[in-house]
Design a protein. Structure first.
Length: 302
């Protein structure tokens, strides 16, 4: 359904002002939220408006004084036991705030809040002794007594790939805005001045390139997007394997993505014999592409 961006911006502006006043956000964050929140609502549809608004209302953006060469922002959700039930405490942390560029700040806010929005529904799963806390496609496992972290499952790289693609889509929605409000218009102008016609994130580039066929495959991307947003991610492995026709293929894909990510880090830190790691990266990337090409050929709706 078509949604007029100006109407959405004006509709959400008072609510955004309430959030910004509640948390004491500065004008930079406020002006970005004026466009980020409407873009999320346009992306996910008016039926998900309350989900989007509640996510921004319940998660505070914290400006950290800690400096980090690589991590500019992160979303954190941790479990607590309160009033005889398990809940989560969530924050959004921005680092290097004084030096971060406008487009990097926008990218990080959209990227991290998109993780959060896609984790809201069915976030916590309980068993007798364990707690599973969902971030998109990924679960972190905690022991209940005492409440302690055990491990994160290996699907986090695919979660990042999907999230990066959606970040690009949401920023492209923002870039298309032509708001009547002059302050917001100036922000859009500055963003467009810093970016190409179509926005491309630099996050997880090699992993995304290796998965390009399925990221462009409508059956894959639409199904995963819906299951992830609605918190119904348990059957993804079986669904993927059934399409490919071989049990264990999804798990193999996940492990290969993890491997290529680790090889990239090793390559960046290696001083000598870098060609050995490069060849391993190339070989792993080819294995990933063979799997995604098999999936792509096995569906009718591409």
């Amino acid at each position: 359904m078509y949604m007029d961006s100006n109407l959405v911006i004006e509709r959400e502006k008072p609510y955004i002002d309430d959030i910004c006043n509640r948390y004491g956000y500065d004008s930079n964050i406020r002006h970005l939220l004026y466009i980020i929140i409407p873009a999320f609502i346009i992306k996910y549809g008016i039926k998900k408006e309350q989900l989007v608004l509640n996510t921004f209302k319940n998660i505070k953006i914290i400006i950290s004084e800690k400096k980090d060469q690589y991590i500019k922002a992160y979303y954190s959700s941790r479990p607590i036991f309160e009033q005889n039930k398990y809940k989560t405490v969530k924050v959004m942390v921005i680092q290097n705030y004084e030096k971060i560029s406008l487009i990097n700040l926008l990218d990080n806010l959209v990227h991290e809040f998109n993780h959060a929005i896609n984790s809201e529904v069915n976030e916590i799963k309980e068993t007798k002794n364990y707690l599973y806390l969902r971030t998109g496609l990924t679960y972190r496992l905690y022991k209940k007594n005492p409440l302690s972290f055990i491990r994160k499952d290996t699907s986090y790289i695919l979660e990042e790939i999907i999230n990066t693609k959606q970040t690009e889509e949401i920023i492209d929605i923002i870039k298309s805005f032509k708001p009547a409000n002059s302050e917001i218009s100036n922000t859009i102008y500055a963003i467009n001045n810093e970016t190409n016609h179509k926005y491309n994130s630099q996050s997880y580039y090699l992993e995304s390139y290796s998965c390009k066929k399925i990221l462009e495959n409508k059956t894959f991307i639409n199904t995963l997007a819906n299951l992830r947003l609605n918190g119904e991610v348990y059957e993804i492995a079986k669904w993927f394997d059934d399409i490919v026709g071989r049990e264990g293929t999804y798990k193999e894909l996940i492990l290969l993505l993890k491997e290529i990510n680790e090889l990239e880090l090793e390559y960046a830190n290696r001083k000598i014999f870098k060609s050995i790691i490069f060849n391993k990266i190339k070989s792993t990337s080819n294995k990933i592409m063979r799997i995604v090409e098999k999936f792509d050929r096995s569906v009718n709706y591409r």
